[in-house]
Design a binder for this molecule. Structure first.
Ligand code: ZN
Length: 82
C-alpha cells in the first residue's frame, strides 16, 4: 500500500527536478547570449565614431566653425580652408 503511494511521488519529484534543471540551463544560456550580443553592440560603434569625427571634422581658422576635411571652403563663413 505504501509503495503504491511512494513511487508516483518519486516520479513526480524527479520530473519537477528535471524540469527546473532544464529551465535554469535554458535561462542561463539565454542570458549569456544576450550579454554577448550587448557586449558586441557596445564595443563596436565607439571605436569607429570618435576617430571618424576627429579625422573628418576640422575647425575653421576664420570663424571657428567645424567643416569636413573634404570641403574646399568653410560652410559657415565661406573662407578658403585649403
Ligand atoms: Zn569659417
Amino acid at each position: 500500500m505504501s509503495l503504491f503511494l511512494i513511487v508516483p511521488i518519486i516520479i513526480f519529484l524527479t520530473v519537477i527536478i528535471i524540469f527546473i534543471v532544464v529551465l535554469s540551463i535554458i535561462i542561463t544560456a539565454f542570458k549569456n547570449a544576450k550579454n554577448t550580443n550587448n557586449a558586441q553592440q557596445i564595443s563596436t560603434p565607439p571605436q569607429t565614431t570618435p576617430t571618424m569625427q576627429v579625422k573628418e571634422k576640422l575647425i575653421c581658422e576664420y570663424c571657428g566653425g567645424k567643416y569636413n576635411s573634404d570641403d574646399t571652403t568653410c560652410p559657415h563663413c565661406g573662407a578658403n580652408c585649403h
